[in-house]
Design a protein around this ligand. Sequence first.
Ligand code: ARG
Ligand code: ZN
Length: 867
Amino acid sequence: MADARMNPEAPTAPDHAPTFRKDYREPDWWVRHVELDMDLDPATTRVRATLRVERNGEHDRPLRLAGDGLKPVTVEIDGEKARSGMEGDDLLVEMDRDAAQVATEVEIHPDRNSQLMGLYASGGLLCTQCESEGFRRITFHPDRPDVLSTYAVTMRADAEKFPILLANGNLVEQGKLDDGRHFARWEDPFPKPSYLFALVAGDLKANRDRFTTMSGREVELNIWVREADLPRTRHAMQALKDSMKWDEEVYGREYDLDLFNIVAVDDFNFGAMENKGLNIFNSRYILADADSATDADFDAIAGVVAHEYFHNWSGNRVTCRDWFQLSLKEGFTVFRDQCFSQAMTSEAVKRIEDVRVLRAIQFPEDSGPLAHPVRPESYIEITNFYTATVYNKGAELIRMMHTILGPEKFRAATDLYFERHDGEAATCEDFVRCMEEAGGVDLEQFRLWYSQAGTPRVKARLIRDEKANVARLQLEQTVPDTPGQTGKAPMVLPLKTALLSAQSGREIEERLILFDKAEDEIVFDNVTEPVILSINRDFSAPVIIESDRSDDELATLAAMDANPFARYEAMQELMLHSLLPAARGEEVPPADPVIEAVRRTLNDDTLDKALKAEAIRLPSEAMIGERLEEIDPDQVHRARSTLAEEIGAALGTELVEAQAIEAAGDDLSVEAKGIRALRREALGLLAAGEPEEGARLAKALYDRADNMTDRQTALMILSGLEAEERQLAFDAFYERYKGNSLVLDKWFALQAAAQRPDTLERVEKLVDHPDFTLKNPNRLRSLISNFAANQWAFHHSSGRGYALLAKMVIEADRINPQVAARMVPPLGRWRRYVPDRARLMKEALETIASSEGLSKDVYEQVSKSLG
Ligand code: ARG
Ligand code: ZN
């Protein structure tokens, strides 16, 4: 080893070089076991790590241990001082034997860790977040997911401030020490990658429960929170038990340790983390009661608890070989949590919600400068790839394979996958191969879904040949160019398709079409009457369908299609028939077909309320924009609010009736949640058509509400109205909940999302509110990300919305680069907007780009957005 590379004083160069998938190689050294010994203290924590390493194959390369801001105090091999040196942030240890115990000691400072990666302090706790590359902020380690080790962790800490000491696996020893300190030792028998390491120290109390697994093992379950929050953990605990049962029933997967711990923390970069046996959650995905949480919050909690629990198999027992395979665990686990929620709530409504998220977030990502395949080819900062594409489009890929194989073969394939790769770091390719083998199908062309970015577009035309008694479905597909990818091959699109009688709406035939060419024609025989096309039912393929169906046909589908998702979809298309011309500044067709369809939906007693709510909901401004070649945000806003006004004015009676149905506030049944969802949509339309009546009803709702869902509905309606009730209600809400930070987040979010001309000014002021802070990711997102998602306000013609976001990104980047980088994408859409907005958005990006000392996280997002 050259001595220059061994110089411990070598400066750390800013490293913005990409990492490529094609460069993957096995690690030079395995780490079989990790022994951690930690003297925990918020100011300075001493970490001694002993790694049992083994040479992998024949080579004479040094042991490279990644670090991030660490300085080695000692480096030893088998108890003796090692020859070692720094290269950038990494520690290189010269190795003269094939296996050794390599020990390092470092000091870290949790209370100065504002990035919330590694070991950090949050509300009196010490906790960790290691995925993807946070472990290297705690100790020197290869810190790559294909290095799997068993762990033993000894923690010492002040017994009064940190009475509870948790880590992965099982508690094997604990006891008192001198000077008011105590210790605990935890061992995790399952080999795991370093990103799944976790510890928590603090004054916590547990909601304790038990679960008996299918083979009769008893598992102790704990949800650890501040004592005052214990009553708000019930829903999460129920969700955990439901998830454990569901994974046994649907996937045959049983929990494998005797203990499962969950901890809720207030400062957390993401939703939650699946650390082995010790899941750590953003408290917003644990804490809930009817007074402070909405129906959507309750559902999100169940979904995230399930997601993290399911990772125990899809992620932990079988992990990822490298970070390019992230969707192997995330796409699959999102699919699993979506199906769990579909089973626990309403199958159709949950599917509609998931498709809405896909369209509102993933489709724009896939058509913009940050578009990337589900399995990316390169990254500068991996954290930027925890995206809707990897997660949500990744889940759609799994869902398509489920559709193609059918449930039994799919289950056989996942059984094979879990059995074959248990204890391994696997690839997306490994997963697909199991699907092929157990499913008996050829997925060669299907693999393009992993490598080709961009949302495929399908043109569908149904032509009836009366003489031959057939209907011909003509299909064409194109896959758009994306950064670095042009001239793409046709993909395999599983299209669940049906023909309905145009007269009666009766279903004539349903088929699963595997459309895998640029063009194709599918023939339906024995078609003896006029028919309507119902295509991509349940959103069986994540594509954009362009069909030439008339308003009448869509209205029939909206009223009659046996597939509830298809009814919703027909309503959306019908609304877009009216919204898109208006948003383009073209002549606007009369709204009558939409009004009639909404009336018919409201009056349909066979439809459940949650579906009704979805069906009468207008496409968001973001979704309208997504369908336009060039977006004029003012015109989009006008188009949508005009249609809402017309519906509200025409259907006053029906809407008043629909919003008046009562349900008990603590009733979380599908029916009760549907009643409240319908109230939100109906009141929203009514307030658009009759603002005074809307304000009166909303204020009355606020005053009588016995649950957060209705309270939030009332505030949302009032936030868009010029009524004195508005300020009264917002002030009352603030006074009532100022001590509850999760609810205060809603107070900020509602104002940031308000549909009113002065939202920009209000948000500019709220940035200086004493309760606003850049340090807490939830608070930052509640105000800034909600504002940036508010199309009309954010795209204010002055460009001040963009400038505000740029300022926040620059300030947040100094504190927490990961969170800052995630706020950049709204500006990255600049090419899609009318020229004056595009110019201003680009200027805001340039302001960020030229600011001093940018993190590589923000650098990557901004440079790609401008490039
Ligand atoms: N694996 C976690 C989950 O999906 C998310 C971790 C996010 N980490 C990150 N660096 N973005 O539940
Ligand atoms: Zn996950």
